[in-house]
Design a protein around this ligand. Sequence first.
Ligand code: EPU
Length: 339
Amino acid sequence: MSIFAGMKIIENCPLYSRNTFGMDVKADCLAEWSSPDELRTLLGTVERPYLLVGGGSNLLFTADFKGTILHSTIDSIDIVRETQDSVLVRVGAGVVWDDFVAYSVLNGWWGVENLSAIPGEVGASAVQNIGAYGVEAKDVIETVQTICLDNGKSRDFSNAECRYAYRQSIFKNELKGQYAVTYVQFRLSRVAQPRLGYGALEAQVNKLGGPTLANIRQAVIEIREGKLPDPKVLGNAGSFFMNPVIPAAQFDELKSRYPDIPSYPAQDGMIKVPAGWLIEQAGWKGRSLGPAAVYDKQALVLLNKGGATGADVIRLADTIIADVRQKFGIILSTEVNYI
Ligand code: EPU
C-alpha cells in the first residue's frame, strides 16, 4: 500500500468489506482520492479499466475486478450560498449519505429527511438518483461537479443535464463510467416542507408527535428497519430490482386478472407496479436457492445468506425474472449493477 497526501493506492485489494452484498472478491488495485487534483494525479498512474465505487451498496461482484477501483474520500460539507428561505450546500462525493441527511436535519434544512438511512455515499446518490418515501435525489440536486476520466477536466452538470428519471441519470447511461463525481450541490429549504404522502409515513410521524424534521427522519428509519435487512448482518444491496413501469392497457389487463395489484401513476400515462408484489405473488418471498435468498419481509431484496457468490445471486435473480415473466408478462430489470 502507498499513501501520499490523501491518496491511497492498494494493490490486490480485498473488497469483502467494500460491498454490502459481502462478496469475497478482490481488485487488482484500489485507489482513493481526497481532492479533484489527487484524482487527476491518479489518472496518470493507475491502470485501466476503472470502476467508480462509492459505498458499494448497489453492486454485485461476480468475479475479481481486473483493473482499478476509484473511490472518492472527499468528505467536506460547505455552504455555498444561503438566503432566509434556502441554502445551497456543497457535499463531497465521499460523505456517507446518511451523515449528510443527519447533518441537514440537525441544521433545520428540509429536503432529504425522507431519504434517511439509505446506505451509500453522496457521489453515488447523484448517479443512481436514489429515492424513497416520495422523494428522489433529483428533487434537491442543483449541480453535480465531476472530473472527466479521459482528460482530467472539470465539468459541472446542471440538474437538467443529468437527465434524471426513476433510478436513472446520464451517468448510468450515455456517460456511464466516464465522469467521477467530486461534489454534489443540493438546494435545501429552511422553510418546513414535510412530504408525508407515502403510505405509512404520516401515521408513523404523528405517532412520534408531528411533522418535525427529526420526527420524519426517525419515522423513516423505523419504517425501513421493519422492512429492510441490515447489510452488516445479512449481505444485500437494498432493492435488487426496479419497479417496472408498464403501459396502461397492459396494466388494465393485469388488473382484470389480479384485482388487488397495487400501482402508482408514472410518467406519460404509464403505470408503475411494485416488483415486490409481483415476486411475492410468484411465490418467491422468503424462499432460497442455495446460499441466496429472497428476504421474508420485502420480496424486492435478495440476500447473501453467507458464502454466496455473484453467480448464486444471479441464478436466483434469473429464476425470479423468468417466473414473473411467465406469470405476469413483465420483464423485471435489476437495479443492482453486475460487475
Ligand atoms: N409489496 C408486496 N410484497 C413485498 C414487497 C412489497 O406486496 O414483499 C407491495 C406492497 O403492496 C407495498 C408495495 O409493494 O404496498 C410497495 O412496497 P414498499 O413500500 O416496500 O416499496 P417498494 O416499491 O417495494 C420502493 C423503493 C425502495 C424504497 C421504497 C419506499 C424501488 C426499486 N425501491 O420499494 O428503495 O425504500 O419504495 O419508498 O423503487 C432501494 O432502492 O434500495 C430501496 C429500498
